[in-house]
Write a protein that binds this ligand. Structure first.
Ligand code: NDP
Length: 334
């Protein structure tokens, strides 16, 4: 039974990746932070399942700053594959908390690399980089050879981590690779991200809320895919013979305005009647239109996105409607 260890297992991607690896027969270890509440809504369906938790899935407490604990967990679990997903994942928020963003994303990754290279059996490592490393890009679409020009604290931290993964691959011969992922969403996306803000508001308004949704720049464009597809690419990357980095993207740009249209159409409403733009929510510096060229992933990994943005937004709205109808207090399910 192959053994995988996931940092960031409680996150959007971590939860989909856990399901994927369990379905492929892996034994999965996950690192979780101690919190004052024990609910982990994205993986509770797995940890509360007595046939899975404790036999094929195990959780361990650690923080990316706890090098000693992380080393102990690595030694004890002896993974064949490590998927390093943990980090402060909100780009806009990285302007408000730049120090902890860099501490976890940049230094946290370096710390992990140092631990891994000393292990008796060095596991394969996948790191989730980000399109934000390209910031204001020199070319479009971006490929694996496009130079980094990050424009946000998050992007700078990711660029450091991605380059460090490359350095350890070259200097120490580690099988360590970067998935340079563009935005990916799902019904499990955090509530502070714009797509989920929109789908939740559309669902609430459909159910009778009189609120007005306030958003920043609705002309911002992104290359949006489905998280379930992106974790499949991550797994494929670690099954290759040679360690290489890959762009994981749809190659299609859409605006926040289009997400609004798809979400409100899904509940039979006009977004123009319920949305206001709010200059206070514009980012200090927004990246330009980042669009990924994933032709290498298509060619070598045999990977391609399976869910388009219309379907993705509909899935999210449906899930938010169902959650609101289940929880009369409006508490989301995930
Ligand atoms: P989420 O925010 O949903 O999940 C982040 C995970 O990291 C959570 O499990 C969180 O734990 C954990 N984490 C954060 N800080 C620490 C820390 N100091 N120590 C231990 N664990 C920590 O993000 P996603 O699942 O969407 O993203 C996964 C990775 O992919 C991230 O690195 C993100 O930056 C990157 N990425 C994501 C993209 C996207 O569009 N989703 C695009 C490109 C890259 P907790 O639950 O305790 O908060």
């Amino acid at each position: 039974m192959p053994i995988a260890l996931i940092t960031g297992i409680t996150g959007q991607d971590g939860s989909y990746l856990t399901e994927l690896l369990l379905s492929k027969g892996y034994l999965v270890h996950g690192i979780v932070r101690r919190a004052s509440r024990t609910e982990r809504p994205r993986i509770d369906h797995l940890t509360l399942d007595g046939t899975i938790y404790g036999s094929r899935l195990f959780l361990h407490y650690a923080d990316l700053q706890d090098a000693t604990t992380l080393r102990r967990i690595m030694l004890k679990s002896a993974p064949d594959e490590v998927y390093h997903l943990a980090g402060q994942s909100h780009v806009g928020l990285s302007f408000e908390i730049p120090e902890s963003t860099c501490e976890f994303t940049a230094m946290g990754t370096l710390r992990l690399l140092e631990i891994l290279r000393d292990l008796p059996k060095v596991p394969r490592l996948l790191y989730v980089g980000s399109s934000e490393v390209f910031g204001n890009p020199v070319e479009s679409p971006q490929s694996e050879t496009t130079p980094f020009r990050p424009a946000t604290p998050y992007g700078v931290a990711k660029a450091f981590a991605v380059d460090m993964v490359r350095v350890y691959r070259q200097a120490f011969g580690m099988f360590a690779v970067n998935a340079l992922c563009y935005n990916h969403e799902s019904p499990r996306r955090g509530e502070s991200f714009v797509t989920r803000k929109i789908t939740r508001a559309a669902a609430r308004i459909k159910l009778g809320s009189k609120e007005t949704l306030k958003l920043g720049n609705i002309e911002s464009v992104r290359d949006w895919g489905f998280a379930g597809d992106y974790v499949d690419a991550m797994w494929r990357m670690l099954q290759q013979e040679t360690p290489e980095d890959f762009i994981i993207a749809t190659g299609r740009l859409s605006s926040v305005r289009q997400v609004l249209e798809y979400a409100f159409n899904a509940v039979g409403l006009r977004w123009q009647d319920h949305v206001q733009t709010d200059a206070g929510q514009f980012r200090a510096a927004d990246v330009q239109s980042l669009c990924g060229d994933a032709s290498k992933a298509r060619r070598i990994l045999g990977w391609q996105p399976t869910v388009d943005l219309v379907k993705l937004v509909e899935m999210m709205v449906e899930s938010d409607l169902a959650a609101l109808q289940t929880h009369s207090d409006g508490r989301p399910e995930n």
